[in-house]
Write a protein that binds this ligand. Structure first.
Ligand code: B16
Ligand code: MG
Length: 219
């Protein structure tokens, strides 16, 4: 039976995917790179340094940055991002999420966060959602980033459940890949055309109910 739901954080619990986008956009603008929202889809769920590498790949001429300069760019993006997430309050949980967490608890289904972000705890603190998850796995606790399944497998392990008894929820292509590689059922939030591999795709978290979670798990 269904034992747990493992949630991605950025873009699923709250709209920090937008904050990541705005921070990378500022760096892209400074460097004169044609960074768009549609290209930003590739950065979702991807680690900070890998995101920077993808952003710089937009340059027509090869960019010769030293390791130090790359670190400085990533740090500056993170400073911009940290400033944006300072403003997050409990009102910023995405639609339907608090209700779904309550309902899962009532039914004895465990919940976890599986985030690629080093800022996950700050975001969850600002949402005042620390107590609402049975466990939280962030970037500091894993070696391999999504699409590697490690972060989802670690969540299942800490919950003490088999991955096969879990549903994972993601807004990123790399994230759905990670869920599938972990042998969990998958729900993607976003455009159906972008997620041919997901067991279920919902346009927004407002549609994410216990019934939909069960539906994905039964596939
Ligand atoms: P940070 P998630 C991911 O979080 C974001 O989707 C991705 O855009 C970001 O680059 C990554 O975290 C690293 O974040 O720079 O804060 O360590 O979606 O897995 O919760
Ligand atoms: Mg995400």
């Amino acid at each position: 039976s269904l034992k747990a739901v493992v949630f991605d954080l950025d873009g699923v619990i709250t709209d920090t995917a937008e904050h990541h986008y705005l921070a990378w956009k500022a760096i892209g603008d400074e460097l004169g790179l044609p960074f768009t929202r549609s290209f930003n889809e590739n950065l979702k769920g991807v680690s900070r340094m890998e995101s920077l590498r993808l952003l710089l790949s937009l340059s027509k001429e090869p960019l010769r940055f030293t390791e130090e300069q790359l670190e400085a760019l990533a740090t500056r993006k993170n400073e911009l991002y940290k400033r944006l997430i300072m403003e997050i309050t409990p009102q910023d949980a995405l639609p339907g999420i608090p209700e779904l967490l309550d309902e899962l608890k009532r039914r004895g289904v465990k919940t976890a966060i599986a985030s690629a972000s080093k800022n996950a705890f700050t975001v969850i603190d600002n949402l005042r959602m620390n107590d609402r998850f049975d466990c939280i796995v962030d970037a500091a606790q894993i070696r391999n980033s999504k699409p590697d399944p490690e972060v989802f497998l670690k969540a299942a392990e800490l919950l003490g459940v088999e991955p096969e008894a879990c549903v994972g929820v993601e807004d990123a292509v790399a994230g759905v890949e990670a869920i599938r590689a972990a042998n969990m059922a998958s729900i993607a939030i976003g455009d159906a055309a972008a997620f041919p591999e997901a067991d279920l795709v919902l346009p927004s978290t407002g549609e994410l109910t216990v019934e939909r979670v069960r539906e994905a798990w039964e596939r």
